[in-house]
Design a protein around this ligand. Structure first.
Ligand code: ADP
Ligand code: PHD
Length: 658
């Protein structure tokens, strides 16, 4: 596996093929750098799309420098989002892909296929230093590809929210020669215009040095022209494969990294973009890192795949020397497609793999929320920040609706004993939430200070962020602390969560087959449709399943087809717009009566329970309710099962909401 990189101050745009010869730009002596002392530990910081979109200056001025003295810092970025993820670059890129395939009249016939760079061979070919430039898109060289022209007004108009231009017109005007195609301008061009103007707007708003700004604007222009060419080619052949969709989406992280790396450099921190679109080489069917099923996209990535990937990204990042690596969270295309295998939010996973590859002392995931709360703080006003949580609990919460971290992230770092800390870009001094792999330390729970809601004492903050302190926290001391703390603390579940847009599928056996044959046919059908069941409960003649009714399950039409197929095994009924309510906590195994309390609370609140599941996981009790009751149920359960009682108080803490 190997990766391409773009030193942020490289000057002439170059093609991928000649890139290995591109010299790194000299580093001005005044720039702040990573230590080259092998004893200093790596810290991996991952920034989500909205953090990159709204807080690039804060990242460069406050967050990265705060850790540079004691650590070697590696930064992983997601694609930029302006305000919400739904309007973010990744979504815009996916929208552009759909628009390219929409019938839009004539298209130019002057398409010339771009040259493909040779494969990087199997995992571990020495990475090359390349410059992504105008006409180069990912690892595809797209020069002389004609795309439908934009009108002059389209190409100039910045997004309304962009700050006023500070650039000379030579920089702002489109630099690529637009080939006049006979095509009607298709709307993907407008979407690319939007991506372009948002990135250029952010660059102008944040970067002070005119040379750095000019260079970044050129790189953004080049990336966007590459996108247009790629989409035009897709339009001509009228097809976008899952692999092409991966390649397209990768532009989002590249753009974000170029922006963040330039802002860092502008603020005096030496940085280098590490673009990972070539890190995964093509793999043979019999490669032991993957398992192939029947169809071309029926692939499963094994742990061996992720192990090799973390070694490859670690090695690649080490090549940055003392520059702070700014790494794309995108690492596709992968066999079976990144969007299908890992799904959205893949950047958390890459950050975890990098932390493993570098043997980092901590993985930090920076968001716009203080950490993991006892419930979604947008929906439950009394929700409290959880200072420390086990990986198992964090994984259950992410699977069941509180997706603060991508669910695949935990197991990668936890296997190597690396703690994850979730922190808020807007509140960098806050302790955040630590997802800690050490089971002894897991029991250390610090009570929230009741007088200052939301403000918590984090006993591990110093220990986790500074290695010497962590080393002095011996197992004995930790166990003693855990003991004392568990005696002081009331035993409570950890959090409550809601996953909505759930459909319940009930299949009642037609009794033509005996029970195990009935179940076998149902599971075989689910496998064929690739449908993931969130909860299941069975009797001899009936199976009830809770399934996400979203993109993951292929939407409503796919579910309808599934229901028709399951109809061969029995009578099928479907209930839409349901929600899974889950109470999660390691302590729950020792909490007698917690399930009773949960269900009686719902009954008293007149929340009807459609399905119950307890037992598969000792740390999770789940039930399915009507989606309209979700927020009410969340508050009820938070109040009855998660509220800390005042000293000496008996019974529940009220007042009841309903
Ligand atoms: N238990 C929970 N703790 C913290 N946040 C939660 C929880 N459950 C749901 N959330 C929601 O998850 C979101 C994650 O934070 P944010 O960084 O803003 O999201 P993203 O980067 O995924 O867009 C928050 O908006 C928060 O409301
Ligand atoms: N940009 C990708 C990957 C990602 O990780 O995003 P975020 O870190 O903003 O959740 C997405 O939107 O899915």
């Amino acid at each position: 596996m190997s990766g391409a990189s773009t030193p942020t101050s490289s000057s002439p745009p170059d093609s991928v093929d000649s890139a290995p010869d591109t010299p790194s730009p000299p580093t001005p002596p005044s720039l702040h750098q990573n230590s080259i002392d092998p004893a200093s530990k790596w810290l991996v910081q991952k920034f989500g799309g909205t953090s990159v979109g709204k807080f690039a200056a804060q990242i460069a001025e406050v967050i990265v420098p705060a850790y540079l003295d004691q650590h070697k810092v590696a930064v992983v970025c997601s694609a930029r989002s302006g305000s919400t993820k739904s309007l973010g670059t990744t979504n815009l890129l996916l929208r552009a892909a759909t628009e390219a395939l929409r019938p839009s009249g004539n298209v130019s016939s002057s398409y010339t296929p771009g040259a493909r760079t040779p494969s990087d061979g199997l995992f571990g070919r020495p990475p090359s230093r390349t410059s992504h430039s105008r006409g180069t898109f990912g690892d595809l060289k797209m020069s002389s590809v004609a795309s439908p022209s934009r009108t002059p007004s389209q190409s100039k108009s910045p997004s309304p929210s962009s700050p006023p231009s500070v650039l000379p017109s030579s920089v702002t005007s489109p630099t690529k020669q637009q080939t006049s195609a006979s095509a009607v301008p298709s709307s993907y061009n407008q979407t690319i215009d939007l991506i372009r103007s948002e990135h250029i707007g952010a660059a102008r708003f944040t970067i002070r040095d005119p040379d750095l700004l000019r260079q970044l604007v050129e790189e953004i222009e080049g990336e966007c022209e590459g996108l247009r060419s790629f989409l035009f080619a897709a339009q001509v052949i009228d097809e976008i494969s899952p692999r092409s969709r991966d390649i397209l989406v990768g532009a989002g992280e590249r753009l974000a990294c170029k922006l963040v790396a330039t802002v860092l450099r502008d603020r005096g921190i030496d940085s280098e973009v590490v673009s990972l679109e070539n890190i995964v080489p093509p793999m043979d069917d019999d490669d032991s890192a993957i398992r192939r099923g029947h169809g071309p996209d029926d692939v499963q990535l094994d742990q061996e795949f992720y192990d090799r990937l973390s070694v490859a990204v670690g090695e690649r990042v080490l090549q940055c020397g003392s520059r702070v690596p700014i790494v794309t969270g995108f690492f596709g295309p992968v066999p079976g497609s990144l969007l299908r295998q890992v799904g959205r939010g893949y950047t958390d996973l890459l950050a975890a793999l990098l932390a493993v590859g570098l043997g980092a002392s901590e993985l930090q995931i920076w968001k716009e929320v203080d950490g993991i709360f006892t419930a979604d703080p947008r929906k439950v006003l009394t929700a409290r920040l959880i200072p420390i949580i086990s990986p198992e609990e964090a994984a259950e919460l992410t699977y069941y609706g509180s997706e603060v971290v991508h669910p695949f992230t935990m197991e990668q770092v936890i296997r190597k004993n690396i703690p994850i800390r979730i922190k808020n870009v807007e509140n960098p001094r806050g302790g955040g939430t630590v997802i800690h792999p050490n089971p002894d330390l897991n029991t250390v729970r610090v009570p929230p200070t009741p007088s200052t809601p939301g403000e918590i004492i984090d006993p591990l903050q110093t220990a986790v962020t500074s290695l010497p302190a962590l080393q002095t926290l011996t197992t004995v001391a930790a166990a003693a602390l855990a003991d004392a703390s568990s005696q002081l603390m009331p035993k409570l579940p950890t959090a409550v969560t809601i996953k909505d847009r759930i459909v319940i599928l009930n299949v009642h056996s037609n009794r033509k087959t005996i029970s195990h044959g009935f179940l076998a046919r149902i599971f075989e059908t689910l496998d064929r449709f690739g449908i993931v069941v969130d909860l299941i409960s069975t009797s001899e003649v009936q199976v009830s399943m809770a399934i996400e009714n979203g993109a993951a399950s292929g939407g409503r039409r796919r579910l309808d087809r599934l229901a028709r197929e399951l109809g061969k095994s029995g009578t099928v009924t479907m209930h839409h717009d349901m929600a899974i309510l889950s109470l999660v906590g390691k302590q729950m195994k020792n909490l007698l009566g917690i399930a009773g309390r949960m269900f009686s609370t719902l009954a008293e609140g007149k929340v009807n329970i459609e399905m119950i599941s307890q037992g598969a996981s000792e740390i999770n009790i789940s039930c399915v309710i009507d989606g309209r009751d979700a927020v009410k149920a969340l508050n009820l359960i938070h109040q009855s099962c998660l509220q800390i009682r005042p000293e000496g108080a008996r019974g529940r803490v009220g007042p009841w909401l309903f």
